[in-house]
Design a protein around this ligand. Structure first.
Ligand code: C2E
Ligand code: MG
Ligand code: MG
Length: 715
């Protein structure tokens, strides 16, 4: 640090006369308190500068071991921050001036030195050195600051030529400071509009003209020296002198690629599905609304196609979510490949995709697209080295017939999709207003279903099952009936699916089982024994974790013999989680409960599972039984089912037997049991009890009729 007071002066002077003259001056009044160390050679001076605390050096430029500027340079090396006054000869002015440029603070011409002048020169030198040091430190600080901030800083003078770039600016623009310095701003800093790609007029020039801070347009792009581009954000400010006159400008800017990418990413993910990258519900709604506006103006049609995969949940449950996710991605890609660039394929969530065809000429165009999509979805998907097959169902709504806005069109396409599923999978269905009536109906059923239980509106009817060899009643199937206060008797086909959807099937199923077991126990107590009771168990009930516990509790509470209970489950309920199913079946079987597959032939059974599952009976769906008389040539299905069941050692029960021809055929093919209107409709318990009492007689006589003695050749 440079001190302001002078205590020790190093006088470097080889001329004894000059030295004496100067030393005398130091005895004068103004120099009191100053000590003078006098050396005659540069080497001595150097030693002194490095050992002793010196405040100022008076340096002769004509030393024996260092001549002219060399002496100065050596002194500055020995102590760079030392205030220094050069002593020059009369003819040495030139050299003295150069010495000042090289760091001396002042010079005095020997022979003309007055004590006051000496004192003033010394004080002035010390002060000047101090200011220089402070300035240097400040400049350093500014430089370090500018280099360490993350923003690029570029300064230009009033002519618009570059005067400064910090380190960040050097790297960002691609110009090193020494090369850029003095070059016109526009040559070094090329900024263009992202969209128009036109050059933005030199922002510094404008700022200097207007004399106030300004900003570049928000979508500015910096074109770097190598031609690559970076989005930037900036501010430009004028630089003023003490008089507040503009003498240049500084532009501060930063690379905002990351921030802009993030903003774009956020905007994108708000409108896109994370799994498939397809537009999501939000964006689809937007696009449908836009399409409606356009369709209105140009009076053409638009279609919304709602696709839901069939049995996707099964794939997800059995193969895991990651496989399920990849399958969804693959389906998404297929759908995109089926549509035109103007169309939108979106994912609504789950296994639902909605497509928008914004401009079609006729509804048939949507049907063509739907067929194409179904076809492409059905083709094999190779996921994680596995070949997967999946089908879809599509509902179609068309603007303007099926709704005035996006929400209605999508909702109606969804409703139509449900219908497509009900019609059998892998099909498409156009929306019809009647479907909404059905949906409303469904809603009202759900509402009153919730109260039905506590109001005790359910009853069970029993339908006899007949042994086809002996004609004896082997048991009954319990079938639920809902006696609705205003609708009358509601069929289970109407309300069971609703109860399954809203979860009410669990308490209802529980009630059915309890009621059937209690009723059967009553009949046993009344002496009507040896009969089995079949109870329908829905998929949701069967898969529910509390199912087994509930069954055993009910058996215990009612005291009904488990070996007389038969549980009817559909194929799809069994196939849902095959491993889990197998263990439930084993537990049921171990306690003597029988298990039958209901509606066999209508679901998707895997034969390998049927072989593995411990089952007792197989109920042939009535649609196949109907074929016996309706399309006699296609009776092979029924006979095939019977022989397959036999090979699996399963009892066969034919459902819905209505005619004597059906009965004869079934007997000929050695179907074990039958059930149907031909023998008796489902009936209230007291009627069934009465039937049991009289069945011996009635059935025996009925059984004695010709149908039993059939002629196999005619079948
Ligand atoms: P399902 O288990 O296949 O029951 C046989 C259905 O066929 C019964 O219809 C029965 O009334 C009907 N049926 C019987 N014989 C004939 C016939 O000769 N001709 C015709 N056309 N139909 C006949 P229902 O009672 O309307 O039940 C329909 C379905 O509802 C049942 O089919 C079953 O899946 C379900 N269901 C009925 N009760 C229950 C129950 O307590 N719980 C559960 N989860 N589902 C039930
Ligand atoms: Mg059944
Ligand atoms: Mg059935």
């Amino acid at each position: 640090m440079v001190k302001s007071s002078i205590n020790t002066v190093l006088l470097v002077e080889d001329n004894a006369g000059d030295a004496l003259l100067l030393r005398r001056m130091f005895r004068e009044e103004g120099f009191r308190g100053m000590e003078v160390i006098h050396v005659e050679q540069m080497s001595e001076a150097e030693a002194c500068l490095s050992n002793t605390a010196i405040d100022i050096v008076l340096l002769d430029l004509g030393l024996p071991d260092a001549r002219g500027l060399e002496a100065l340079r050596r002194a500055r090396v020995a102590s760079p921050r030392m205030p220094l006054v050069v002593l020059s000869g009369l003819d040495d002015d030139e050299v003295a001036l150069q010495a000042m440029q090289e760091g001396a603070q002042d010079y005095l011409t020997k022979g003309q030195i007055e004590p006051r002048e000496l004192l003033r020169a010394m004080r002035y030198a010390v002060e000047r050195k101090m200011i220089e040091e402070t300035l240097f430190a400040e400049k350093e600080r500014a430089q370090v600051t500018l280099d360490s901030i993350g923003d690029a800083v570029v300064c230009a003078d009033i002519e618009g030529n570059i005067t400064f770039l910090n380190l960040v600016a050097e790297t960002l623009i691609g110009w090193p400071l020494p090369e850029a310095c003095g070059k016109p701003m526009v040559e070094v800093l090329r900024i263009i509009h992202a969209t128009t790609r036109e050059a933005i007029p030199d922002p510094m020039e404008r700022v200097m003209e207007q004399n106030r801070t300004s900003h570049l347009p928000s979508d500015s792009i910096l074109v770097r020296r190598d031609g690559s581009e970076v989005p930037i954000e900036d501010s430009v400010s004028p630089i003023r002198n003490r008089e507040r006159e503009v003498i240049g400008a500084v532009i501060v800017f930063r690379d905002v690629s990351a921030a802009r990418a993030m903003t774009e990413q956020i905007a994108h993910s708000a409108e896109h599905d994370f799994l498939t990258g397809l537009p999501n519900r939000l964006l689809l709604n937007d696009r449908v609304s836009q399409a409606i506006a356009l369709a209105k103006r140009h009076s053409y049609l638009l279609a919304v196609l709602f696709l839901d995969l069939d049995g996707f949940k099964h794939i997800n449950d059995s193969l895991g979510h990651s496989t399920g996710d990849k399958l969804l991605q693959s389906v998404g890609e297929r759908l995109v490949s089926c549509v035109r660039g103007v169309d939108t394929v979106s994912r609504q969530g789950g296994d639902e995709f909605v497509m928008l065809l914004p401009a079609i000429e006729k509804a048939e165009d949507a049907a063509i697209a739907a067929r194409r999509m179904l076809q492409s979805v059905v083709e094999v998907h190779t996921v994680e080295g596995r070949d997967l097959y999946v089908t879809g169902s599509i509902g179609v709504s068309v603007y303007p017939t099926d709704g005035p806005d996006a929400e209605t069109l999508i909702k109606n396409a969804d409703t139509a999709m449900y219908q497509a599923k009900e019609n059998g999978r892998q099909g498409y269905q156009f929306f019809e207003p009647a479907m909404n009536v059905r949906a409303v109906e469904r809603q009202s059923i759900e509402e009153s279903l919730r109260r039905a239980m506590e109001r005790k509106e359910f009853v069970l009817h029993y339908q006899p099952k007949i042994n086809l060899k002996t004609g004896a009643i082997t048991g009954a199937e319990a079938l639920i009936r809902w006696i609705h206060p205003t609708r009358g008797v509601v069929s289970p086909a109407q309300f069971i699916p609703v109860a399954e959807d809203c979860g009410l099937i669990l308490p209802i199923g529980d009630w059915v089982l309890r009621e059937a077991c209690a009723q059967a126990r009553e009949w046993v107590d009344a002496g009507l024994s040896g009969m089995s009771i079949a109870v329908n168990v829905s998929a949701m009930q069967f898969q529910h974790e509390g199912f087994l516990k509930g069954v055993f509790e009910i058996l215990e509470q009612t005291g009904f013999d488990p070996t007389c209970l038969e549980v009817e489950v559909t194929e799809s309920a069994l196939m849902k989680r095959a491993e889990f199913t197998a263990s439930i079946l084993q537990t049921l079987r171990a306690s003597g409960i029988k298990v039958a597959i209901d509606d066999f032939g209508t679901g998707y059974s895997s034969l390998s599972y049927l072989r593995k599952f411990p089952l007792d009976a197989l109920k042939i769906d009535q649609s196949f039984v109907r074929q016996i008389t309706k399309t006699p040539n296609e009776t092979t299905i029924v006979s095939a089912i019977i022989s397959m069941a036999r090979s699996l050692k399963l009892r066969t029960v034919a459902e819905g037997v209505e005619t004597v021809e059906e009965l004869v055929f079934l007997q000929a093919h050695e179907c074990d049991e039958a059930q149907g209107y031909y023998f008796g409709r489902p009936m209230p318990p007291h009627e069934f009890a009465a039937l049991l009492v009289t069945h011996e007689k009635e059935l025996q006589s009925h059984w004695a009729q010709p149908p039993v003695v059939f002629d196999t050749a005619s079948l």
